[in-house]
Design a protein around this ligand. Structure first.
Ligand SMILES: [Mg+2]
Length: 135
């Protein structure tokens, strides 16, 4: 099976890292677009799977989320260890504001940390464009 799931970090990637309540501009559109195409959307967070779900619900994006996982431990190179996933959830794309901490099991896409609410943030625009063009 060809991996196609997308795995997103929560804090600083989809939600601002200071209040944890501001959804990054275009995040909703991106996640909705993925799900429309049948692509699993996974979250993971050092805060845990419950934390990720809670933030997703608060931000109004839970309906697009397939599963949430904890970033529980690191390997010898400082990468977070991927949780045990069903084959269809092995990520093809991993989006994170700390891309050097992400295991290179698929295409790792680094985004600038989304620090605080900022309606002008455009970090996800290129991803959304790409998705709408061909993914
Ligand atoms: Mg982060």
């Amino acid at each position: 099976m060809t991996p196609k799931a997308w795995l997103f970090d929560v804090d600083g990637t989809l939600l601002d890292s200071v209040t944890g309540t501001s959804l990054r501009p275009l995040a909703r559109e991106l996640l909705a677009g993925l799900r429309e195409r049948g692509i699993p959307v996974l979250l993971w967070s050092a805060g845990g799977d419950d934390y990720a779900w809670r933030r997703a619900r608060q931000a109004g994006i839970a309906e697009f989320v397939t599963a949430a996982h904890v970033k529980a431990g690191r390997d010898g190179r400082g990468h977070w260890v991927l949780p045990h996933l069903p084959p269809e959830h092995i990520p093809a794309v991993l989006v994170d504001d700390q891309p050097h901490e992400v295991p290179p099991v698929g295409e790792v896409i680094g985004v600038p940390p989304y620090v605080g609410p900022n309606p002008r943030d455009t970090a996800l625009a290129a991803l959304l464009d790409e998705l709408e063009r061909n993914r």
